[in-house]
Design a protein around this ligand. Structure first.
Ligand code: HEC
Length: 160
């Protein structure tokens, strides 16, 4: 009898564990794959549609599918991001992103923890935060530009 119970429970474990593991793995893949963009102030998920007529570049497509900013390792894109940063961000965040009237964007100490990830920083650039940090989705800045700006800011962080 004991032998039967042991065999039965071991069969049960063999049958149940792979199913449970497969289910967890599946959930993990879904959660990791599709990035969720969130408003910094209330944490509510936000939609990040393109402007009418705005092209979805391969970098933007990849970012929305996986959360990976391919421009981080692209020297030309980082240079492009520098010019965009100087045009749109520098007055408030300083040339080296160490902060001025706006907070520092380097160094890892952020007002909004989501600034630490590219998806989180993108959400803030796109949707704005409070006060002077206005949504850049309403300005003449494309989502592709936002990815280049982020790549540039992260390159400043790596120099520290
Ligand atoms: C007119 C001034 C101004 C400009 C221009 C501006 N910002 Fe900001 N930014 C701010 C202020 C002020 C805050 C703080 C907002 C808050 O506390 O809610 C902020 C916050 C942020 C944060 C959150 C930082 C944290 O500590 O979590 C990020 C990221 C950010 N800005 C990125 C940018 C980028 C990138 C640009 C250019 C595309 C930009 N900002 C342009 C003023 C500005």
């Amino acid at each position: 009898m004991r032998c039967y119970v042991e065999r039965f429970s071991s069969m049960l474990i063999k049958a149940v564990i792979p199913v449970a593991l497969a289910a967890t793995a599946h959930v993990g893949v879904v959660a990791a794959d599709k990035p969720v963009f969130k408003h910094p102030i209330d944490g509510a998920p936000i939609e990040v549609p393109l402007k009418p007529g705005e092209a979805e570049t391969p970098a933007v497509k990849e970012f929305k599918q996986t959360g990976t900013n391919v421009y981080r390792d692209n020297a030309a894109a980082v240079q492009g991001g520098k010019a965009l940063y100087e045009q749109w961000c520098q007055t408030c965040h300083n040339a080296d992103a160490s902060g001025k009237m706006g907070p520092p964007l380097v160094g890892g100490q952020y007002i909004y923890p989501q600034t630490a990830t590219d998806v989180g920083m993108f959400s803030i650039i796109y949707a704005g935060a409070s006060g002077a940090m206005q949504p850049f989705s309403k300005r003449d800045v494309t989502q592709d530009d936002m990815l280049k700006i982020i790549a540039y800011i992260r390159s400043l962080d790596r120099k520290k």
